[in-house]
Design a protein around this ligand. Sequence first.
Ligand code: WT7
Length: 654
Amino acid sequence: MAVEQRPEIEALLAEERRFPPDPTFAAQANARADLYEEAERDFEGFWARLARERLDWSKPFETTLEWDLPFAKWFVGGQLNVAYNCVDRHVERGLGDKVAYHWIGEPGDTRTLTYADLKREVSKAANALLELGVRTGDRVAIYMPMIPELPIAMLACARLGAPHTVVFGGFSSEALAGRIDDAQAKVLITADGGWRRGKPVNLKGAADVALQSSSSIENVLVVRRVAEAGEPVEMRPGRDVWWHEIVDRQSEECPPVPVDSEHLLYLLYTSGTTAKPKGIVHTSAGYLLGTSYTHWAIFDVKPDDVYWCAADIGWVTGHSYIVYGPLANATTGILYEGAPDTPAWDRWWQIVEDYKVTILYTAPTAIRAFMKQGSDFPARHDLSSIRMLGSVGEPINPEAWLWYHEHIGGGRAPIADTWWQTETGMILITPLPGITTTKPGSATFPFPGVDADVVDGEGRSVPPGGGGYLVLKRPWPAMLRGIYGDPERYRQTYWSRFEGVYFAGDGAKRDQEGYFWLLGRVDDVMNVAGHRISTIEVESALVDHPAVAEAAVVGKNDPVTGQAIFAFVILRTHAEPSDALIRELREHVAKVIGPIARPKYLLLTPDLPKTRSGKIMRRLLRDVAEGRPLGDTTTLADAGVVELIRSSTGREEE
Ligand code: WT7
């Protein structure tokens, strides 16, 4: 991406609306404005103070940070146990009866787990792992639906210092096998299935296929979730063990194992630019501090809050902001197993009403899916308990931001648009509620202690108003420590593009007031006849049209202009597809951004290829646009979508 002014972006940056903090909210906010100054004066001292105040140590640390670029060690010399910090210490301080999770199964069954319940269940599960031969340092793979045993399994691993690698339940056998192999996991924890849109998802069957081609697994621990409803589950003698048969009979006592600050807590695999996913390495103390402190400050979490991060635990959002961060803060959380449209599109709003949810954290893609269904669904429910909202995963277009603000937040709740990555472990760019004046579509400012910058192709800082690459200029406690087994790839991917700084792979622009506007991955930025146009801007313009529910835009190779804009558009249910409408949409974009942004191709489609976390797979759309064979589709939520798009009848236009 070059650094010249990009007039196209001005459309997004012309977003004039501002939402200053509400004084009543500000008066009770956890975050304080002076955190920025404290952290700026001495960022190591800032994190060291928080580490001493907020974590319980078995052995205090001696050195806050050892930075041997690009390898960081935080809180060196210290020892702690992550599960102890997330569970036991709360029970010891009298919070045993506090609810840790309200769990809601998709069919409507429910379960409540207090911190005392969690301590008991985690200890028993850890004892079961010990019986299966798992020792400190052994890797455990987890492939589960959103049931209470999932966080219990993760915490059981953490209790023993046995790193876990959670593989999202929507991944294929092949993807699971690859991750198990790379991690050389000894035990796999799975379930016979989970409920999704009224049907059981056969996880154990997929796991069995994965295990045909991976050799490191000695035992499979299987939670019974759908067996009563489905086919009998095949258990291989000597390898497979039912969770209830081994866990239920264990002792409720299992001493947490103190581990070094830098002990491997987990691996989480994420797609890179090559076919082989990267095992992102997260360690113990810094990660726990970074996630729990950001959770507390950004979501303004108070003892009585009912907090719901509606992600799946199989993604980093779930690791950091359903499990480790919230539990370290003794938060009461919601866990929902199923789909947002089951049995109807108001399922979430029913849950908010039933449990009086006060904080909701979700993704723009979900917000737009709700928008598409109309505001009647949330309007049917009492959402007055909501006092704080969050967004994550992709840039949020101002229309979705405003809809979220009005129809979910009742026009009162602050919205934190939080930028971060699997690699960063914790939120890094975000408003602080009660302090930051927000602008719809902007993630605002770096979190205290975080040094982010926008640089040009040579790594020079771009002045306010300019666009470029987002980089991070100093280490932060929850940062990735590497790519598992591949330090060279770690250095190459993140630390070689610019000297001495972390390259996030995102485009960003700062406006005259220093607000950060995330513009999507840099590989999603198009160059049309020398004009740089971010896919998000065109999408934002399309979604701005009343007939459009969702849009995805890619650059298609063009012999004359370098790239041409190809837009895939999902219409709202009320809109009638027609050539006239297609023309109107192209004109609309030209009107909102400028004629250079008018899509050359516009295809009406019933669906878009997405990962299970809801991220649109532009790579596949580019394949469709170019008419070439598809690349890796293993991370696709629904493999049929691409064929559906290929056979769409909505017209292309010159
Ligand atoms: C990429 C990381 C972080 C948890 C979920 C995704 C994009 C994430 C935002 C945001 C604009 C965002 C970036 C980033 N992204 N949050 N608030 N605004 N873009 O984790 O799969 O590792 O993806 O998601 O492009 O690089 P991930």
